[in-house]
Ligand binder design. Structure first.
Ligand SMILES: C[S@@+](CC[C@H](N)C(=O)[O-])C[C@H]1O[C@@H](n2cnc3c(N)ncnc32)[C@H](O)[C@@H]1O
Ligand code: SF4
Length: 371
């Protein structure tokens, strides 16, 4: 199998790149910070380090799925499976009313919302209104998008006036031919036209946001185009560029394995279980994107998210990371994720601990492996 040449990804000053990356992400949320949000951020960091099972802090950042639908079929995504697409229907959209029920209980502490999990956020026609709702409550917003969706200048303007902070635009190549090797069903030209519409809308309205980021997933088939991307992103209307390894590549797996072994050796808790949470279009709460609907912790559209955050299922999940019993009572999905071998006596619904309190979907309804 062909490999990615790491020299195409490495820049001369990796530390400088990291600093720029951190600065960009911190800068994104900076205008939204209040003393209350900062206090929650600090407490959250302390409670993560202490692996407190029922934290007093709430997640500073959350992911909420705008829709699970997508019209593309990218190679490594759930949507590559026709069987998966058949499980979806056109009613599966987040609404303004539902986002209100989800975020209102934590609106004073919440710093940012990424409006994506699986699916293509732009297929949700209420998306700019959802962004507006969050922005008016001083919550930072962004989402990844394939941007390969017909867009009018007024739709582009709607995202600018709604107060969207960032769009991560998936464009995995510098020409149509390369792009289509992964983004099956997409259009390179349409993406570039939409980037230009977004950039023009910002210019017309005198807005600096949303920050338009060219996000390129790097594969062996497109890594030779990285120098072209580095030369052209500004002139095409982007504000920044970001390269990520294909999550299925050997290089990416090696990085994950190294991070896992450091995490386990240091008995470090998983940040997902304390810093963030993943909420489906219907309000269903999952701890992270690393698992595929195997752990459901409640429904934030029906129940206060604070209650779910501190209830027994979440507390049990976190208890798996307690320093003195690290891994002992860990959920099988977490063990798999951090690279610990499955326990012989553990079934998919629990081992020593009764994980039956966590509702598991039947095998047939699970989503295929995520991108
Ligand atoms: C599942 S997508 C959903 C959002 C949107 N449909 C999109 O593709 O941008 C979420 C993120 O995963 C990224 N992604 C897709 N395939 C990937 C892969 N094989 N490796 C790493 N990231 C990938 C996308 O570029 C996007 O930023
Ligand atoms: S990666 Fe994004 S664009 Fe591609 S199929 Fe999945 S959800 Fe759709």
């Amino acid at each position: 199998m062909a490999k990615i040449d790491p020299s195409t990804l490495a820049e001369p000053h990796a530390l400088v790149r990291r600093a720029v990356y951190l600065q960009r992400h911190t800068a994104l949320a900076l205008p939204y910070l209040t003393p209350h949000k900062v206090a929650n951020l600090i407490l959250n960091e302390i409670e993560l380090r202490l692996a407190r099972t029922r934290p007093h802090s709430v997640p500073p950042y959350i992911k909420v799925e705008a829709t699970p639908l997508c019209h593309l079929s990218c190679g490594a995504c759930w949507h590559h499976s026709k069987a998966y697409k058949k499980t979806l229907n056109n009613k599966m959209h987040l609404t303004v009313e539902r986002i209100a029920r989800i975020v209102d209980p934590i609106v004073r502490e919440l710093v940012g919302v990424s409006l994506s999990y699986s699916g293509e956020p732009l297929l949700n026609r209420e998306l700019s209104q959802i962004v507006r709702y969050l922005h008016e409550r001083r919550i930072c917003t962004g989402f990844p998008t394939n941007l390969s969706v017909p867009m009018t200048p007024s739709q582009a303007e709607a995202f600018v006036t709604a107060g969207l902070d960032q769009m991560l635009i998936s464009l995995d190549g510098a020409c149509e031919e390369t792009y289509l090797k992964y983004r099956i069903g997409g259009s390179f030209e349409l993406v570039l036209q939409n980037v230009s519409k977004m950039a023009e809308a910002k210019r017309r309205l005198g807005a600096k946001r949303p920050i338009l980021v060219w996000k390129m997933v790097v594969f062996p088939h497109n890594s030779q185009e990285i120098p072209i991307v580095r030369r052209t992103w500004r002139s095409l209307g982007f504000d920044a560029v970001e390269f990520v390894l294909d999550h299925q590549s050997a290089e990416s797996n090696a990085i994950k394995a190294q991070a896992n072994s450091e995490m386990v050796a240091g008995r470090k808790p998983c940040f997902w279980a304390w810093n963030t949470t993943v909420i489906g279009w219907d309000g269903g709460v999952q701890p992270c994107c690393q698992q595929v609907n195997e752990i459901q912790l409640g429904n934030a559209a029906d129940q206060d998210i604070r209650t779910i955050w501190r209830a027994e299922p979440y507390a049990r999940l976190r208890a798996g990371f307690a320093r003195d019993r690290y891994g002992e009572d860990m959920h099988p999905v977490c063990r798999r994720c951090v690279g610990l071998p499955a326990k012989a006596q553990q079934s998919n619904v629990g081992g020593d601990v009764d994980y039956a309190v966590l509702v598991h979907e039947p095998e047939s309804e699970k989503r295929p492996q995520s991108a």
